[in-house]
Write a protein that binds this ligand. Structure first.
Ligand code: FAD
Ligand code: DLZ
Ligand code: SF4
Length: 508
């Protein structure tokens, strides 16, 4: 019998992957660590290490389960350097012409596989709760795609946190309880950490040699790299952190980088955990009285709602999505994003944490680094490349709608109905960052005024034509208009000077 190749990509490490389910006796699994995937953006070294180490462990598990696996290591002499190249090499080796692959999570790689001169058969990626067809059917004919309505559909479909036809506890959404600031708490649990085994150590040496120059600290490396470890991390989170998740979901603390966040995106996004099992564990913990409803609901909404919603949007909007720039923002991303000096404490903390951990939680991504990039008018394509590079959980299907859409409003309102921007006041309310800052969050103008305070109003002013008619933003413009005329001029002038300094590459 002629064998076929079953391609398993670095973010498809699930034993029930559709491509593996379609295999027949004699088929050969192909996995490859390749230059093209490892360098299409300058990935954080921890992200590359996570993927290579998890791939090697998964290949070993497949072999133990009886699969025939051809695995290419990054430094193998014959490595063709790309996924299509490796498929061609392996096809010749085993005399195959047909390849089965679960549809990749990125248009770039889908196009590369479509161009590959082999018979490539795509299978749907059914590791999601909502299929792309279902999402299309839901989106069809709607004037606006809004998370809340999609999320309620998903709750009804899955029965998660449902009591008959009604939402558990009586409300669909407990967000209003989830906007508290946080106090340092020595008893707060941290996410589960793992000690690298020999196989992972070998990967760490390789990544240090090959990608040591990329932005990001490689060691200590404490991510799990197997399904068994991912399951332990899930269990640990549900037992120790989920109950307090909702209360401090939006808070930021200098000395507590993770608060009650789960860090489970890295495991879900490479296939070591399924989103449904994660949601079910949270729902079960609520049903058995172990966690509060605002926490269980808040957590489940991020996965059942946002994660599924943004994936639907990425594939619905098509390959051009990442090039959108509705606000026509052209500024290059300042060096501070890549570790350059800054006096702005909030950015400094968020970037430093990103460099060390390949992680920052949602509010740091949205309301610190994302907020600043949008206010200064950074080119959304550069912002997108930054987010895709620096986080261990970054894959385009989930990163792009969050960055281009939710954070930079470059899609003109497909993901969110208004731009996520704020003055320094929001950051001060939700964090302890401002007390360690060279700028003064209470100052609206003047030498030491918090730059967010100036830039927020300058953003509103320069985009007035676009946002004035947005019913969610009317009050902002009334406040601006009520401000003293001289004060408005001072804000414009000082914000302009700040932006000039950024353009000249001066430290801000
Ligand atoms: P928790 O706070 O514990 O949340 C639980 C889970 O909910 C996460 O693991 C994640 O799977 C899901 N989730 C939460 N928010 C979102 C969201 N907005 N979209 C999709 N899933 C969500 N998430 C990624 O997985 N990959 C990315 O590359 C990514 N890039 C982002 C870029 C920007 C500009 C912004 C604003 C958000 C981005 N997010 C991304 C969403 C979110 O910030 C991360 O999912 C979350 O911080 C992951 O950490 P956690 O596992 O500790 O999350
Ligand atoms: C992100 C990534 C990296 C860094 N390296 C590899 C690799 O060497 N081999 C591989 O199969 N996959 C890798 N990946 C994940 C792919 O880039 C990912 O499958 C696509 O971006 C689609 O989501
Ligand atoms: Fe950030 Fe402004 Fe607070 Fe400084 S004062 S930490 S720049 S919000």
């Amino acid at each position: 019998m002629v064998s076929r190749l079953i391609l398993v990509l670095g973010d498809q490490l699930s034993s029930d992957l559709s491509a593996l389910r379609a295999a027949e006796a004699g088929d050969v699994v192909v996995m490859a660590e390749v230059r093209d995937e490892a360098s299409y953006v300058p990935h954080h070294p921890k992200k590359i290490a996570l993927i290579f180490a998890a791939m090697r462990h998964f290949a070993e598990e497949l072999r133990d389960a009886g699969w025939y696996v051809r695995y290419t290591r990054y430094d193998d002499a014959e490595n063709a350097g790309s996924i299509p190249g490796e498929l061609l090499r392996r096809a010749e080796e085993v005399g195959a012409s047909e390849v089965i692959v679960t549809r990749p999570g990125e248009w770039r790689l889908i196009a590369a596989l479509e161009d590959c001169p082999l018979d490539i058969r795509f299978k749907a990626d059914d590791r999601f709760i909502c299929s792309l067809e279902e999402f299309e059917a839901w989106a069809e004919g709607r004037k606006e795609l809004r998370l809340e309505w999609f999320y309620r559909e998903m709750r009804r479909k899955t029965g998660l946190l449902m009591e008959g036809d009604s939402p558990a506890g009586g409300e669909w959404n407990y967000d209003k309880e989830n906007r508290k600031s946080a106090e340092p708490d020595l008893l707060r649990s941290s996410p589960m950490e793992f000690t690298p085994d020999d196989m992972t150590e070998e990967v760490l040496d390789l990544v240090g040699r090959e990608f040591g120059e990329n932005f990001g600290t490689l060691r200590p490396f404490t991510f799990g790299v197997t399904r068994a470890q991912a399951l332990r991390a899930l269990d640990h989170f549900v037992r120790h952190s989920l109950d307090g998740f909702g209360d401090v979901q939006d808070a930021m603390l200098r000395d507590d980088r993770f608060l009650n966040h789960s860090l489970l995106s890295i495991y879900m996004n490479i296939g070591l955990l399924s989103p449904m099992e994660v949601c079910q564990r949270a729902a079960e913990a609520y049903a058995t009285g172990k966690v509060a409803i605002n926490s269980a609901e808040g957590f489940i909404r991020q996965i059942l709602g946002w994660r599924e919603f943004v994936r639907g949007i990425y594939f619905r909007e098509g390959p051009e999505y990442t090039r959108r720039n509705r606000l026509n923002h052209q500024r290059g991303l300042p060096a501070l994003y890549w570790g350059g000096e800054t006096k702005m404490a909030c950015l400094s903390y968020a970037v430093e944490q990103t460099r060390e951990d390949a992680y920052a939680h949602h509010i740091q991504r949205l309301m610190v680094t994302g907020n600043f990039a949008l206010l200064i008018g950074a080119d959304p394509a550069e912002v997108h490349e930054w987010y895709l590079s620096v986080y261990a959980d970054a894959f385009e299907w989930v990163e792009a709608p969050n960055t281009v859409g939710m954070s930079q409003f470059a899609d003109g309102g497909v993901v969110g109905s208004k731009p996520y921007v704020s003055s320094g006041n929001y950051i001060d309310k939700m964090s302890d960052y401002c007390s360690g800052c060279a700028y003064d969050v209470k100052q609206k103008t003047g030498e030491t005024a918090c730059p967010f305070n100036l830039l927020y109003w300058q953003f509103m002013d320069r985009h007035r034509e676009r946002f004035e008619s947005n019913h969610r933003m009317g009050r902002i413009y009334s406040t601006w208009d009520r401000m003293d005329g001289d004060k408005r001029d001072t804000i414009r002038a000082e914000a302009g000077r700040f932006l000039d300094r950024l353009s000249k590459g001066e430290e801000v």
